[in-house]
Design a protein around this ligand. Structure first.
Ligand code: GAL
Length: 412
C-alpha cells in the first residue's frame, strides 16, 4: 500500500508543474447576462481540456475600459494571453509587435478557408494570424417587444424610416417608452451606424466613414442623418443618460419600452431572459438598411507570452475556431459564427436571419464594417466621432454643426 501512495505522490509531483502551466488568462468585457453565459461555453470547453481559465473581466460595454486595462498590462510587460478586441484595435496592437504569430495553428486548421475575408482583414497582420475570431455581430438591428407594439396598434414591422417614426409615436402615445436608450457615446454612435445607412445608403456610409471624404462627412445627407438622431431623441425617456446597453435591452424585454436600436449582443439578453423571437420579440434591420450588414467581429487578440504559456494559448485559439463551439457560443451570444461552415440548425429565427443576412451581404458586397464598433477607422478617429455624436444627441450642437465637426474630427 505504502509503495502505491509513494508512486502516486511522485506522479503528482512530476505532473503538477505541467498542470499549473496549462492556464490561460483572458481579458474581456463580457460581464452582462447573455455575454457571460456565452463566455461560459468557452471556459467550460477549455476546462474539459485541462486548461485553467484565469478570468480578467473589465466591465464597460463596447470595451473602452478594457482597452485602457490592456494598455496598462502591456506597458508593464505582462500582457494577458488573450484579449477581446475589435477591428482596428487589433491592427494597432499588431503594429506594436506584441501579438503572437498563430499561423501554424491557422494553417493546420484551415482558418483561411472558413473565415470571411472581411474578418481576416482584421485578424491578420503582415500575412500572419494574430487573433482568433469568435463571432460576427452587426449593429443595424432593431429589437421590439411584440406585446407593446400590439397594445400600441403597431400592426407590422416598420419598413421605412417614416413608418418607424410613426410606430415610435404610437408606442409613446400608448404610454410606453418609445425607444430604450443607453446614454453612452459608444451606444449613441452604434445607433448612428444604422441611422447614417438609412439616411444616405451604403456608398454614402463608406465614403463618409471609410474614405473619410470631407464632402460626404459635411454634407446635407449627414445633416439629414443627424436630424434623424434628433427625431429618435424625442422617444427616449428622461433617465437615459449613462444607462448601460443591457439595462436598456431589459426595458424592451420587460415591456417598459417598445424598441431598442442596438447590436445583436442585445439578443443575448433576450435569450438569457428566455424570450422567443416572433412570440415575445421581433428582430429587424433598421428601416432603410435592409440588405446591408454593418458588422463587428469580436476577436481574441493573442499576445506574445512566455514559452510555458504558448501551449495553453494555442489550445484557446483552437477552441475558439472549433465548429461546435462556434455554434454553441453564438446561439447564446446573439451573433453569427465567425466561420462560414457552421450550420444554423441550432439557432432561433433571429439567429438564422443574422446568418442569412451575413451570407447575403458577403455575396452582394453589402457587408460593411461598423464605424461605431471600430471596423472602419482607428480608435483615435472613432473616439472623436463618438464625441460629436453624443454632444449632438444631448442637444449641445445642432445637426449642421455636428456634420462640420465630424469632418473636422476626420482630419484629426
Ligand atoms: C461590443 C462587443 C459585443 C458586446 C458589446 C456590449 O463591442 O462586440 O460582444 O460586448 O460590445 O458590450
Amino acid at each position: 500500500m505504502k509503495k502505491k501512495i509513494l508512486s502516486l505522490t511522485i506522479a503528482i509531483a512530476f505532473t503538477a508543474p505541467a498542470m499549473a502551466q496549462q492556464a490561460v488568462e483572458v481579458l474581456h468585457w463580457w460581464t452582462a447576462g447573455g455575454e457571460a453565459a456565452a463566455l461560459g461555453v468557452l471556459k467550460g470547453n477549455l476546462e474539459k481540456e485541462g486548461i485553467k481559465w484565469n478570468d480578467m473581466p473589465v466591465a464597460g460595454g463596447g470595451g473602452e475600459q478594457a482597452m485602457t486595462a490592456v494598455r496598462a498590462r502591456v506597458t508593464s510587460g505582462n500582457p494577458p494571453a488573450a484579449v477581446q478586441m475589435l477591428g482596428f484595435d487589433i491592427q494597432d496592437w499588431a503594429k506594436q509587435g506584441v501579438l503572437a504569430d498563430m499561423n501554424d495553428l491557422a494553417n493546420k486548421e484551415g482558418w483561411d478557408k472558413t473565415v470571411p475575408l472581411a474578418l481576416q482583414k482584421f485578424s491578420k497582420f503582415n500575412g500572419k494570424w494574430v487573433a482568433a475570431p469568435v463571432n460576427v455581430h452587426s449593429t443595424n438591428w432593431v429589437w421590439a417587444n411584440k406585446a407593446v407594439l400590439e397594445k400600441a396598434g403597431v400592426k407590422a414591422e416598420p419598413k421605412t424610416w417614416d413608418d418607424f417614426i410613426a410606430a415610435l409615436d404610437k408606442v409613446q402615445k400608448a404610454g410606453f417608452i418609445g425607444l430604450a436608450q443607453g446614454g453612452q457615446p459608444w451606444q449613441e454612435t452604434t445607433m448612428f451606424d444604422g441611422v447614417v445607412l438609412s439616411a444616405g445608403g451604403l456608398d454614402f456610409y463608406k465614403k463618409a466613414f471609410i474614405d473619410l471624404d470631407q464632402k460626404a462627412l459635411n454634407s446635407p445627407t449627414m445633416i439629414k442623418a443627424f436630424d434623424r438622431m434628433s427625431q429618435l431623441r424625442k422617444y427616449a425617456d428622461k433617465d437615459f443618460s449613462g444607462r448601460d446597453w443591457n439595462v436598456a435591452a431589459g426595458m424592451v424585454i420587460s415591456g417598459k419600452a417598445g424598441f431598442q436600436i442596438m447590436g445583436d449582443w442585445a439578443k443575448g439578453e433576450f435569450i438569457a431572459a428566455k424570450k422567443v423571437p416572433g412570440k415575445d420579440f421581433l428582430c429587424f434591420r433598421v428601416p432603410g438598411t435592409q440588405g446591408i450588414v454593418s458588422f463587428n467581429a469580436d476577436q481574441f487578440a493573442m499576445f506574445k507570452v512566455g514559452a510555458d504559456k504558448v501551449a495553453a494559448q494555442t489550445k484557446l485559439a483552437s477552441a475558439i475556431l472549433n465548429p461546435g463551439f462556434q455554434s454553441a457560443f453564438n446561439v447564446v451570444k446573439g451573433s453569427a459564427p465567425a466561420r462560414t461552415d457552421v450550420s444554423d440548425a441550432a439557432f432561433d429565427d433571429c439567429g438564422k436571419k443574422a446568418i442569412k443576412d451575413l451570407a447575403e451581404a458577403n455575396k452582394n458586397n453589402t457587408l460593411v464594417g461598423s464605424m461605431a464598433q471600430g471596423h472602419t477607422v482607428p480608435a483615435s478617429i472613432k473616439n472623436a466621432f463618438y464625441d460629436v455624436v453624443t454632444r449632438h444627441f444631448n442637444g449641445q450642437i445642432d445637426s449642421k454643426k455636428a456634420a462640420a465637426e465630424l469632418a473636422a474630427a476626420a482630419k484629426g
